[in-house]
Write a protein that binds this ligand. Sequence first.
Ligand code: PEP
Ligand code: MN
Length: 337
Amino acid sequence: MLVVMSKNATEEQVNAVVNAIEARGYEARPIPGGDRVSIGILRNEGPVDPSPIQGMAGVKDLIPVTRPYKLVSREFKAEDTVIKVRDLEIGNGHLTIMAGPCAIESEIQAMTIAKHVKKAGAHIFRGGAFKPRTSPYSFQGLGEEGLKIMAKVREETGLAVITEVMDTENVDIVEEYVDIIQIGTRNMQNFSLLRRAGHAKKPVMLKRGMSATVEEWLMAAEYLMEAGNTDIILCERGVRTFVKHSRNTLDLSAIPVVLRESHLPIIVDPSHAAGFRDQVIPLSRAAVAASAHGLMVEVHHEPDKAMSDGSQSLYPEQFENLCRQVKAIFDITKNNF
Ligand code: PEP
Ligand code: MN
């Protein structure tokens, strides 16, 4: 249930409604909106009896929430969430491009790629310091050294930086060095990690589990938001199917569904969806045409020598082309749809 307060409701009226909800054993979660406050009712098992709240001063409307996810749902918050990261805004009206190598391999590698992607128009530098690898014998990332390199990249290029955190112990250190914390596909339902990242002061980008439904993905985002973090970006990165021509299958239909169901921004990662670089530009065009709020793309200046995911990494010149093309598509869709 969502209690919508009238535009001119006073603070006392809002507090009285919060107290009335809590007196019934529920949790009240005020949600500031554009010009009015709404109060979400959480922890109810079954329908909430609206009658005691309906007649209270300042209450405009009571809206039943039909979805299992609440705080992340459009029913709870109608306006799009726009997330501020340094001087960037991610969400409605903006196209945010994140790019960089799969893994941070060295300072020279990271800096070289960062300069290329910045010149091409990327806003955020990506790179893994803690890598979730299928094989324990594969390169696992540089750890804290990788985080330090990311911080240097930010200092030198001015780009914001994003990296993945794989476990609760490393959330503090990742939060210290980077601007956005990434939770990867393999950890989408790692609930203790979600809770811990929900207490972080930095935005979290939550990738879709490789076989998760949109509902499960939004419920995972609900964990983050329930723990207190309202700055969440969703990232569609393809789901596991039977096909062999790509690493995963990019679920473009998730974009309109997420836009309908949630107020959170949605970014698309065509690289991990594709697995092969020749698919990355067409998938990027399609994602932007389908109204994704941005892209996360793997780029490497020497993909043949990359320590992970070289086959799906774009050459810098290809990335430049990608940026030019998706910006043109974004301008058309922004102004005409
Ligand atoms: C990544 O972005 O570095 C990554 C490992 O992606 P995913 O979690 O989508 O596989
Ligand atoms: Mn990768």
